[in-house]
Design a protein around this ligand. Sequence first.
Ligand code: GLU
Length: 309
Amino acid sequence: MPILQDVLEEITDAMRRAEDRGRVADYIPQLAGVDPARFGIAVVTGDGAMHCAGDAEETFSIQSISKVFTLTMALGRIGDGLWRRVGREPSGNAFNSIVQLEREDGIPRNPFINAGAIVVTDVVLSGHEPREAIGAILHFLRFLAEDDSIIIDKAVARSETLTGYRNVALANYMKSFGNLNHEPERTLGVYFHQCAIAMSCRQLALAGRFLATGGRNPGTGFRVVSPERAKRINAVMLTCGHYDGSGDFAYHVGIPAKSGVGGGILGVVPGKASIAVWSPGLNAVGNSQLGALAMERLTRAMGWSVFGP
Ligand code: GLU
């Protein structure tokens, strides 16, 4: 078995030299200025060992990776009743697509496309003020990563609030179908802030580890979710975590994972490891171009694809 730290250093070297780095997201103006040369990777293994390489300590906008954690919270609140308001099938459409919603009566295909994530956030908001819900999401991430320094990047939240017309349309459209319990701007206020949480690869790998260890946080010994629920969240990550690039990611990388337009990817190797990678340039479907390549090299070197060596 190769030495994990060596593998991470080799991957980081190769990714630093890569010429085609994809395109940094610019539809959220505050993200457009991020340096595309950045690359970081962190892996925490089941025994709690942390391995990092590159810019693994630098924070970036986690964006849609936050959807994994709000999904966990929403399932904790209302359990499987969530699946009456959002599906769990790959969408085969862009992350911010509106067309499918009309055909499917305002029920988003899955909790990781924007429409589905907005419904999930609407559940997390229930019984709270938006400010409290934002605090609860941030608190959950700090708790999972055992790190109180995690914050929301207010400039990113503001930037998205000012320009998120597509998400406003999705939320209003779902409201018209009765699939949003709060006023769209209240739910979106929470959604934009959860996406603007800033974390490093190290923090993200730590936050995701409960999904690799049957729902228990090995650091604290605390049970976050049941093994059954961890398994099901992983299943949705595997099938839907990369939008309409989910099939390709499963084919090449072969692990449950969730991407964000900030260029981060959180990956779960059940029973073995939690991985976070960050490279800001995106491919045509909005997933980190080099992040996916790095994950592919890592899972291949370590024999970590869930589909075989
Ligand atoms: N905040 C982003 C949006 O709603 C999230 C998209 C993503 O990370 O894929 O457009």
